[in-house]
Each structure stands twice: as structure tokens, then as C-alpha cells.
Ligand binder design. Structure first.
Ligand code: BGC
Length: 712
């Protein structure tokens, strides 16, 4: 155990438990505060590495509640000391940071990790990241990002868990639990930030209340139920009401319906942005709207601290609204003071990074069993701008991650092949370059080898915030590089590093093997080599749909049917120039072995509204190698008062089977898992017939039906 960092806390805070006594302490503290000190607690400022002299003065005067982007234990200690010994009330600071997928040890981006379909893994990586961050003085992360995303143009799709609310909810809860062992978590961005129109970051989201409640809100609810200390309000508006000034969201739904007792922080200047949104004419009005809506802490707008004192004095905002927010911030600090961060173990964390990276890799294509490669292959070409690249595998938001910690694919391969194997490396081109000058070397390397591994994709900052793309092909001349290398006739394995689904049509037609390696973090190269050489079976599955064409977007598996489902006839819902189906569906991913499903059995043909149905299926490894399958359970409500999605994920299980081994997998489906929002917008479980699908992905599987009876 680390010595708790909070030895400098005032007696008041050191004694703050979360219960009644804590509430009393918060109340007595509140009673002692001036209006300026209260609003100071609501002020959150970015420090750019270290607190500036101006920020230090504000801290001393009690006009700052938290700082973020203070890096290094010495820096956090120094400014915390100012708060806890030199300010009048000696209230400690919150130290926030975007610890998204690792602090120093960078794990796969969250989208990649979602593909592991492994909440226990997500909890473990969040826990490790929390430990590392806490050891550097951080006590609050702005993660997990739990926004559902159905549009791969949106760069922030990389930071979340993909398109499915069920998987995303399990991972949201797991990450909250993991982080909150050592630091406070923030579920963000509340809400519907991922629904940005046209995938353009910060854009308006126009989602129905039903879709909001059924698709975008569940991961937040799961985070709240898992005890998330804080939520962050989003930049976007929903149907004209900006999320950072939306009382329905941050008060009615979050606090009244869900019973959230924690604190809401705005996103970066999202309170000031109520002005350009067009819902506030002045900073004061923006501040009043946000605070009244339930946004307690003001990140970087400095509106609460600057503009609200005059409003309170003029009785234009009640002191009770201010006190409510201050109480929530103080309660979060009381919680922070109770954390007992655990010391990180570097060796264990590094091993976890390798496991997470391995589990996140998705094998998309493997014609003729080209993979796994034999380590004794005489010559292997490793080509591409991402093959020996130490920066980009870190992905967006890599916090304290360092390129020197990254094992590249080239290094991973070199350390795995037999001593006699020649590894021929050529960069070929840059990620976004227009020059083809390096092609000749790449072609020569491929010609001299038995197999060519092409590592292509995006730069780390082509996804993440403000990184929307209008095309989803390989950037720069990488497509031409791929074609030039493929033209040599040497079999090509395309390894992709990217933060979003790409459109891969040419590769799918011409390249025998495709490996989706996302941005896997520090163990990127080792994990990729582990999979390429078959030391582990690829067990990642797509947490998001891969389209065939840009014009299909948004494309997601859990869509509703139309009155004219796609069929051969002309007047049905489809395109005239591209199939209606995705290139790779949600849940898809190959293994080096094959699995057969049989004997899908339901525990009952009919269940009551309080029952749980047992769904069992026998999965057999029909290949010659050990492999891991992700068994997926989907449901369709055939007839309901409101049209239901064609399929919804309701359960999954990772199973590892030896060649020839068969296992009966049991999944459980509770009647309440079939609830949706009815015509009156209340949750309802309607009786009727449900179809169950169990299989390898969202587009296939064995089927059965059962009936849900109405109340007796
Ligand atoms: C992002 C947030 C992030 C914050 C602080 C904003 O621009 O939208 O996700 O937590 O900055 O860095």
C-alpha cells in the first residue's frame, strides 16, 4: 500500500467519512465559506503541466476547487500544499487527468479493448491505470468515456466501447470499479455526444427520447450504478438543448430518476459554449443556466467564479443552487480523501498490457490458412509506416505514455522468428505522405520474402477529439503501397492500426489475411507477433460494424426493421449500388480454429415476467488447434407496441476449447432484460414471442423462440 497522499488534509477533511458525519462536516464547512470560496470550489482549471503562478494565487485565495493536467507528484504536492496549508479553509484540491487507456503503461484504446468482450480485463486495465495515476498524484480521471458511437467518421469512437449498449454498459461499470480502487472516475460525455450528426465532432445530436434512453443512456446508468463519483456533461446539444445546460438530463434523469448523488463537471469550456450554441446571451446567463441545470463544476470557462457572485447578490440565482453544487463537490473530495491507492506493480502491469493487446486483436480474414506463420519462415518482409513506429500505437490520449516504451511490430516479429529468418524491413511510405519514393524498397523486400506483413493505418491523432474523417480509406498513398506490394505475388498479411472502422473493400478482395490490430499500446508489437505466429488464438471480436461503403453510414447491427425489409424486389429498403449488409458485422472475428454450434436449448418455452430463461448451446472446437470463441446471445422481440431492433445483444461468454473439445455454454436471460420504453415512454416488458439467436456474431447463429407471458 502507498502511504495515503492526503496526510496534509485539514482535520476536518481527514475526518470526513461518507455517512452522516460526513454530511455534517460538509455542512459545517459550507457554513464557514464566503460566497467567493463556495464558487471557487466549483472552479476547475487546466494547469498545462504545472500550476501557473496565477493559478497558485487563486488556489491560495480559495478560488480553485480542482486542477487538471498537473503532471508529476512533486508538482501536485506543491500546489496541494498551498491549498491545504495556505488557503483559509485548507480544502484539498481535486487533481484530474484524462487517464483513458493507461497512465504510463498504455493499454489498447478502449474501442479495441471492447473487442475482447471481457469486462474483467477492462476492470483490470482501469485498475492498473488508476494505480499508476495515483502514484503520480492524480486523484480523478476523466474516464471512462461511455458514449455509444454508430458513426466511424467520429474520431472519438476510439475512446468508447463501440455501438452496443449492453456491452458498453458492462464495460462502463467494470472500468468505474477498476479506476475507483485508487482514483475517482468520470463517466462522460453526458449525453449523446456520440450521436454527433454526420460524425462531425461537437455537432448537434438529434435523437429521440426513446433512442436516447435505450441506446445512449444505459452505459451512464451502469456507471452510476457502479458508483461513479462524477459525470461530465457533453459539448453537444440534443434537439436544441445543449447537454451542459440541460436540466432534464442532469437533474430529472440523472438525479431524480437514477438517484445519482455525485458531482457533474462540465466539459472543457462547455458552459461558455452555451453562448455560441445560442441559448445564452452572456457569460452570466450561461453560468446560471448550467448551474441551475445541475452542472456543478465549471471546467475552464471561469464563469462560475467570475460571473456568479454578482448574480447571487442580485438574487438572480439562489444561494441554495450554489450550495447544492458546492456540497456535491465537497462530497466528491470527501470520497477522494478516503481513497487508499494501491502501489502499481510495473511487471504485472506490463504483462497485463500484453494480455489486453492480444485479446483485442481481431482476425478479419485468413484465406487458405495463411496465418499463423511458421517462425522458421526463411525470409519475411515487414513493410509500412506503422511497422516500426513507436508513437502511433499509443493511440489518442496517451497521457504519460512514452514512445520509448513501445514494442513495434517489427521488433515483436524480430524477437519471435527463428534465428535463421531474414527480416526485411521497408517503411514504404509515410502515413499521410503523397510520395511513392519508398515503394521500390518495399517491393524489393516483398520480392525477397516468403510473406509480406504490411502494417498500415492511421496516425494516433487521426482519431480522438476533433479528428473526424470524411473518408475511411487508408490515408495518404498507403492504398497504392498495398497494391504495389500485393502485385509482387508474395502473400500479404495486412495488419491494421487504426482508431475506427475503415473501409477495406480492395484489401478484402485481394489480400489473403487481414488483422485488425487497432492502437494496442506499449505491447503492440509483441501482441501482434503473438497472434501472427499463433502463440495465441485471435479472440477479439468487432465491437462495431465495419461498413462496405461510406454511404451506408450510420450502419449498426441493432437497427429496426422497415416496413420493406431488404429483398430482391425493387421497392425494398436497400441501395442500388452496394449490398445492404456490412462488410464485417458487429461481433465478427475469426479464430485459427473453427467452432460448430449445436443443441440450442431454452430452459422453458414460456416464461413469466419475473422469470429468468436459461439458454444453452453446445460449442465444439472442430479444428486442430486450441482456440477461444466468444459465444454471443441476441434477442428479437417479434411484435411489440414499438418496433424493436432486429437483434439486441443480451449475453456473451468467452470459451477456450481444445481441438475436438465440446462444451455446453449456459447463458441467462431475465424477463426484465427484455424491457424497452413503451408508447408512454415508460419502461415496459410486453408479453409476446421472442426469438433467440446464439452464435459467433450478430449476423448468424442458431435460432429458437420462447413466449413471455403477461402478469398472472
Ligand atoms: C474533452 C474531454 C476531456 C477534457 C479535459 C475535452 O476537450 O472533450 O473528454 O476530458 O477535454 O481534457
Amino acid at each position: 500500500m502507498l502511504r495515503p497522499r492526503y496526510t496534509l488534509l485539514t482535520a476536518l477533511f481527514a475526518l470526513l467519512p461518507l455517512g452522516t458525519a460526513g454530511a455534517q462536516n460538509v455542512d459545517s464547512l459550507l457554513a464557514a465559506m464566503t460566497l467567493e470560496e463556495k464558487l471557487g470550489q466549483l472552479n476547475l482549471l487546466s494547469a498545462g503541466g504545472n500550476a501557473s503562478p496565477e493559478q497558485t494565487v487563486l488556489v491560495r485565495r480559495g478560488l480553485v476547487g480542482g486542477l487538471f493536467n498537473v503532471l508529476g507528484t512533486e508538482n501536485t504536492r506543491a500546489v496541494d500544499r498551498v491549498a491545504t496549508t495556505e488557503s483559509r479553509l485548507k480544502i484539498p484540491l481535486l487533481f484530474g487527468l484524462d487517464v483513458i487507456h493507461g497512465f504510463r503503461t498504455i493499454f489498447p484504446i478502449p474501442l479495441a479493448e471492447a473487442g475482447a468482450f471481457d469486462p474483467e480485463l477492462a476492470e483490470a486495465t482501469a485498475r492498473a491505470a488508476g494505480r499508476e495515476a495515483a502514484a503520480a498524484g492524480i486523484n480523478w480521471t476523466f474516464a471512462p468515456m461511455v458514449d455509444i458511437a454508430r458513426d466511424p467518421r467520429w474520431g472519438r469512437i476510439a475512446e468508447g466501447s463501440g455501438e452496443d449498449p449492453y456491452l458498453a454498459s458492462l464495460l462502463a461499470a467494470a472500468r468505474v470499479r477498476g479506476f475507483q480502487e485508487s482514483i475517482l472516475a468520470t463517466a462522460k460525455h453526458f449525453a449523446a455526444y456520440g450521436a454527433a450528426e454526420a460524425g462531425r465532432d461537437y455537432n448537434t445530436a438529434d435523437v429521440s427520447q426513446r433512442t436516447l434512453r435505450e441506446v445512449y443512456l444505459p452505459p451512464f446508468k451502469a456507471a452510476v450504478d457502479a458508483g461513479a463519483a462524477t459525470l461530465m456533461s457533453a459539448f453537444n446539444d440534443i434537439g436544441g438543448v445543449p447537454a451542459s445546460g440541460n436540466a432534464w438530463l442532469t437533474d430529472t434523469v440523472l438525479r431524480r430518476e437514477w438517484g445519482f448523488r455525485g458531482m457533474v463537471v462540465s466539459d472543457w469550456t462547455s458552459i461558455a459554449e452555451l453562448i455560441p450554441h445560442g441559448v445564452a446571451a452572456s457569460r452570466a446567463e450561461a453560468g446560471r443556466r448550467a448551474l441551475t441545470a445541475g452542472v456543478d463544476m465549471d471546467m475552464e470557462s471561469r464563469i462560475y467564479v467570475d460571473s456568479l457572485p454578482a448574480l447571487v447578490r442580485a438574487n438572480r440565482i439562489s444561494l441554495a443552487v450554489v450550495d447544492r453544487a458546492v456540497r456535491r463537490v465537497l462530497r466528491a473530495k470527501a470520497r477522494m480523501a478516503q481513497l487508499r491507492p494501491v502501489a502499481p506493480n510495473a511487471v504485472e502491469i506490463r504483462a497485463l498490457a500484453r494480455r489486453a493487446a492480444r485479446e483485442s486483436i481481431v482476425l478479419l480474414k485468413n484465406e487458405g490458412g495463411l496465418l499463423p506463420l511458421a517462425p522458421a519462415v526463411p525470409a519475411i518482409a515487414v513493410i509500412g509506416p506503422l511497422a516500426d513506429n513507436r508513437l502511433d500505437p499509443l493511440g489518442p490520449w496517451h497521457t504519460d505514455g512514452r514512445p520509448e516504451d513501445v514494442v513495434t511490430v517489427l521488433q515483436g516479429i524480430k524477437s519471435r522468428v527463428s534465428s535463421g529468418t531474414q527480416v526485411l524491413y521497408a517503411q514504404g511510405a509515410g502515413i499521410e505522405d503523397t510520395s511513392t519514393a519508398g515503394f521500390a524498397d518495399a517491393v524489393a523486400a516483398a520480392r525477397g520474402a516468403k510473406v509480406a506483413i504490411l502494417v498500415l493505418g492511421e496516425r494516433h491523432d487521426m482519431s480522438g477529439e476533433a479528428a473526424s474523417r470524411s473518408s475511411l480509406g487508408l490515408p495518404g498513398v498507403q492504398q497504392q503501397l498495398l497494391e504495389a506490394v500485393a502485385a509482387t505475388g508474395t502473400p500479404v498479411v495486412l495488419v491494421l492500426m487504426n482508431g475506427r472502422p475503415l473501409i477495406l473493400e480492395w484489401a478484402v478482395e485481394h489480400v489473403p489475411a487481414i488483422v485488425e490490430a487497432w492502437f494496442l499500446g506499449v505491447e503492440s508489437g509483441n501482441a501482434t507477433a503473438d497472434v501472427l505466429f499463433g502463440d495465441v488464438d485471435p479472440s477479439g471480436r468487432l465491437p462495431v460494424t465495419f461498413p462496405r461503403a461510406l454511404g451506408q453510414i450510420p450502419l449498426y447491427y441493432n437497427h429496426r426493421n422497415t416496413g420493406r425489409p431488404p429483398a430482391a424486389e425493387k421497392y425494398t429498403s436497400k441501395y442500388i449500388d452496394v449490398p445492404v449488409t456490412p462488410r464485417y458485422p458487429f461481433g465478427y472475428g475469426l479464430s485459427y480454429t473453427t467452432f460448430a454450434y449445436r443443441d440450442l436449448k431454452l430452459g422453458a418455452a414460456r416464461i413469466g415476467p419475473r422469470d429468468t430463461l436459461t439458454v444453452s448451446v453446445t460449442v465444439t472446437n472442430t479444428g486442430t488447434r486450441e482456440g477461444t470463441e466468444v459465444v454471443q446471445l441476441y434477442v428479437r422481440d417479434e411484435v411489440a407496441s414499438v418496433a424493436r431492433p432486429v437483434r439486441e445483444l443480451k449475453g456473451f461468454r468467452r470459451v477456450t476449447l481444445k481441438p475436438g473439445e465440446a462444451r455446453t455454454v449456459e447463458l441467462r436471460l431475465a424477463a426484465r432484460d427484455l424491457a424497452f420504453y413503451g408508447l408512454d415512454m415508460r419502461p415496459v416488458v410486453e408479453p409476446g414471442t421472442f426469438r433467440v439467436f446464439v452464435g459467433s456474431n450478430s449476423a448468424e447463429g442458431l435460432e429458437a423462440t420462447f413466449t413471455l407471458a403477461g402478469p398472472p
